[in-house]
Design a protein around this ligand. Structure first.
Ligand code: XMP
Length: 515
């Protein structure tokens, strides 16, 4: 389902900020794709990119095993921007020299622009500009026909350009927020040098994808597992807009959802979109199988297998189902390059599970999008803001927030505590900026006193974290008053709880969920 549009190609040399380059370019409403540095020249030509960006990377260009792209890219007459490692590679492949710097340049630096053209068009000549550097090597000698376009204290060749060809390189990282001129530099690259048009909008994405989905599906049927999360909701809304009643969604209520969650998902889709949603009430089945199970991995397995079984059963009833729609996102499909020691690891993540079991073809309309773009797409499709900006919720649901055995009583406690946590986070205006905030029920009881009575009741832990991608996280520095209110309300309003604690572990070494 290739959607034709003008694009910038980013060749990845393993930098941690490669995806950020893509984000920054897309923010300029220009489409771009990340590919590994070894993409062949032939392939690059067939993609006809408007421009090519060479990312940074952890290696040194003079290392024996330094990753190198085909130097033929510099002769395609396509603008190339080298960033850090990319600029150094452009240098040595052009015949210049890169060496270990006497002084590493790391962090903020002042850039003095020497030539207000190309990347620095419309910027103050000789003006001081804050940029962010992170390099141990530096360009010592320019290739023939290159000239300096900016300098910094420790980099006499902080930005370079070819005198005649559209080739530019910067030692700093325009993609990070600390580079205050980063946006202008990238804008100059994509618009002035690559002559792109700012046409990549969610509206254009919807239009072109609807056409592509219609063409691919024809008169066949598509099924989609709706979880209530942002990704599956957006997938369902988009495909529904494309093919209407040829889409059937299946929502499995496993009894482990938060208060009111199932109802709100159903209400939106049935009332607002007219989407055909099969709601399967499998609460008793899941809770029955989980009885007496405390081991976290066992819980996950039971829930995972149970879901596949029920989904298969229901999908089997839909005649002529040919496609399965999934909410796979761009970070999952980027064939990103990472280095461990001297070994290149190519990781190509793919979302497994249902498709192999069911022998259905996949439709993954979000494959090209980052999470925040999915949210914009959801808004464009008319999904309510509360659904779009919902905090992530794990597939196994509340089962992994009840440490130990899952019983109806314990589920009720965690549900009630969860409502209070979310209400208070929203009232404090901190819900959206916090990655996740939730209650965990612990498998211990502690002594307390309520009125004149001694109590011996449950403990609830509050887990609130800040994160960008869930790979790492830190505990949220919530105001004490807010913590106090949550604690008071949980202890007063939730029967069976007499103590609340706050989790102050980061990830790693902790994980976000407790199980
Ligand atoms: P951890 O606990 O590994 O969680 O730090 C990272 C993020 O993933 C979510 N999570 C899951 N999501 N199925 C999911 O769909 C799962 O089995 C699962 N386990 C954890 C978690 O809520 C956090 O956002």
């Amino acid at each position: 389902m290739e959607i034709q549009t003008e694009k910038i190609l980013i060749l990845d040399f393993g930098s941690q900020t490669t995806q950020l380059i893509a984000r920054r370019i897309r923010e300029q409403k220009v489409y771009c794709e990340v590919h590994p540095y070894y993409l062949s020249l032939e392939k690059i030509k067939t993609m006809s990119p408007r421009g090519i960006v060479l990312s940074g990377g952890p290696k040194s260009v003079y290392d024996e095993d330094a990753p190198k792209s085909d130097p033929g890219i510099f002769d395609l007459d396509i603008p190339v921007l080298g960033i850090c490692y990319g600029a150094q590679l452009m240098t040595i492949q052009g015949g210049g020299r890169v060496e270990k710097a006497q002084k590493r340049e790391f962090g903020k630096s002042e850039l003095i622009i020497k030539s207000s053209t190309g990347l620095f068009a419309n910027m103050e000549p000789e003006g001081a500009n804050q940029v962010w550097m992170s390099h141990g090597d530096r360009i010592e000698e320019l290739p023939a026909e290159f000239m300096i376009s900016a300098v910094s204290e420790h980099s006499p060749n902080a930005a370079i350009r070819h005198r005649h060809k559209p080739l530019v390189g910067v030692q700093f990282h325009p993609e990070v927020a600390h580079t205050l001129i980063g946006k202008d530099v990238l804008r100059n690259f994509v618009f002035d040098m690559c002559h792109c048009q700012p046409k990549w909008t969610m509206q254009s994405f919807v239009e072109s994808n609807i056409a592509a989905i219609r063409e691919k599906v024809g008169s066949d049927q598509v099924i989609c597992a709706l979880s209530g999360g942002v990704d599956s909701s957006v997938v369902a809304a988009l495909i529904h807009r494309a093919i209407g009643s040829q889409l059937t969604c299946i929502y499995v209520d496993n009894g482990l959802m938060r208060t009111g969650e199932t109802e709100s998902v159903m209400r939106f889709f049935r009332e607002k979109t007219g989407l055909d949603v099969i709601q399967v009430d499998a609460r008793d089945e899941f809770l029955g199988q989980l009885t007496g199970v405390s081991d976290p991995e066992k819980k996950r397995k039971i829930i995972g297998h149970g879901f596949i079984k029920i989904f298969e059963q229901e999908a089997g009833k839909i005649k002529d189902a040919k496609y399965l729609a999934q909410g796979t996102l761009y970070p999952d499909v980027i064939e990103s390059v990472s280095f461990v020691g001297d070994t290149v690891i190519k990781s190509h993540h793919n979302v497994g599970g249902l498709p192999e079991v069911m022998k259905l073809d996949l439709i993954e309309p979000l494959r090209d999008l980052f999470k925040d773009e999915v949210r914009l797409l959801g808004l464009e499709l008319g999904l309510p803001e509360e659904a779009i900006y919902r905090q992530p919720f794990p597939g196994p649901g509340l089962a992994i927030r009840i440490i130990g055995e899952i019983t109806p009583q314990r589920l009720e406690i965690v549900r009630q505590a969860d409502v209070i946590v979310l209400e208070e986070m929203k009232l404090a205006g901190l819900y959206r900026q916090t990655w996740q905030s939730f209650a965990v029920l612990l498998p211990i009881q502690t002594v307390g006193v309520m009125g004149d009575e001694r109590t011996y009741e449950h403990v609830v832990a509050l887990r609130c974290v800040d994160s960008l991608d869930a790979m790492t996280a830190d505990w949220s520095r919530l105001p004490y008053d807010l913590l106090g209110r949550m604690s008071n309300r949980i202890i007063n309003e939730v029967r069976g709880v007499n103590r609340v604690v706050f989790d102050i572990s980061s990830k790693p070494p902790g994980t976000i969920e407790w199980e």
